[in-house]
Design a protein around this ligand. Structure first.
Ligand SMILES: [Zn+2]
Length: 334
């Protein structure tokens, strides 16, 4: 794009004929005796007031005036864009800072925002949806992971009794249920499934040596349920579900999370905060009943030892859904 213009050298009032040609962000100025180029670092465009002339102001009071409005508008666009891009390109510090801010922001949202949102959403999910999610989760676990328990009623009776004792002290948890499943592949374990379901594997029952150990595991899992840890960890692992529920307030799709239950509950570790909360709930119960406070860590040490045996895949063991028992020992003896 080109236009005719008038050039003033800043020293005299004499006007010189000039031709301007726009090459991207650069204007080529051709005079009768010489040519030079200007850009937005060495000059600025002055838009006309009313029907006046456009001007390009240069150092030392040099000036170029023209009337071609189309050229002026194009020049403004080029200068403005190149100024913005140029500033960004020149300033790698700003680019780096922007990148760091973006990463830190995403990290903060994932680390703090999503868990906080997940907590709010988990406690806002109506009980019937929570139960539906739980039913779909256990159905799926039964299909892909669990087999029917081979325990006799005599073997499960003391465990059922211990579970009933815990619920008796927490009327709001009266509808929680205890189920037994065999799970060769995942070994000794206990899970809290959303909707108020505690699953104990036959393999875990085989490790129980006394009532205190039974109570400590059951109370720990009831603690997970009471604080809705399972639902919260499902939500935290599905950031999109958190955002959709948070933005739309629509919680009905929460049951779709059941598809993620096997992966998340089996392989994702509960956070240490969740474990401490569940442990705290269990220890309160144990203390109130004068039970051995070391029961849980004693049991977990035997679970650890058993996890190395052949036939245990390790995946989904108490080890992976719960922190190392050595770590827990240390924490709980503080
Ligand atoms: Zn736990």
């Amino acid at each position: 794009m080109r236009t005719t213009a008038t050039y003033f050298d800043g020293k005299s009032a004499q006007a010189h004929d000039a031709t301007l040609e726009l090459f991207g962000p650069t204007v080529q100025v051709t005079l009768s005796d010489r040519a030079f180029s200007v850009n937005n670092e060495t000059s600025r465009v002055v838009e006309p007031l009313g029907n006046g002339d456009w001007a390009i102001e240069l150092p030392d009071r040099q000036q170029i005036r023209f009337t071609n409005k189309e050229f002026g508008n194009a020049l403004c666009v080029e200068f403005r864009e190149s100024r913005f891009v140029g500033r960004m390109e020149r300033s790698w510090r700003w680019a780096l800072l922007a990148l760091i801010v973006a990463i830190a922001g995403s990290w903060a949202i994932l680390t703090f925002g999503v868990p906080v949102a997940a907590r709010h959403i988990a406690f806002a999910v109506p009980p019937e949806l929570d139960k539906k999610l739980g039913r779909e989760s256990i159905d799926l676990l039964d299909r892909i992971m669990f087999e029917e328990s081979e325990l006799s009623d005599d073997q499960t009776a003391p465990i059922r009794a211990a579970f009933a004792n815990i619920l008796a002290e927490h009327p709001e948890s009266a509808d929680y249920q205890l189920v037994f499943r065999s799970a060769d592949a995942i070994g000794a374990n206990a899970f809290a499934v959303p909707g108020g379901l505690v699953v104990v594997t036959d393999q875990m029952v085989g490790l129980f040596e006394n009532d205190a150990e039974i109570a400590s595991v059951l109370a720990h899992e009831v603690g997970h349920l009471r604080y809705r840890h399972s639902l919260r960890i499902l939500l935290q692992n599905s950031v999109s579900a958190v955002f959709i529920a948070g933005l739309t307030g629509d919680l009905s799709n929460i049951t779709a999370l059941s598809a993620t239950v096997p992966t998340v509950l089996m392989q994702a570790k509960y956070s240490r905060d969740f474990e401490h909360e569940a442990d705290g709930f269990a220890f309160d119960y144990m203390e109130a009943h004068g039970m051995d406070m070391n029961a849980l860590s004693n049991l977990l040490q035997r679970v650890d030892a058993g996890a190395d045996r052949p036939g245990s895949s390790g995946i989904g063991d108490w080890l992976s859904s719960h922190p190392q028992s050595t770590e827990r020992n240390r924490d709980t003896t503080e």
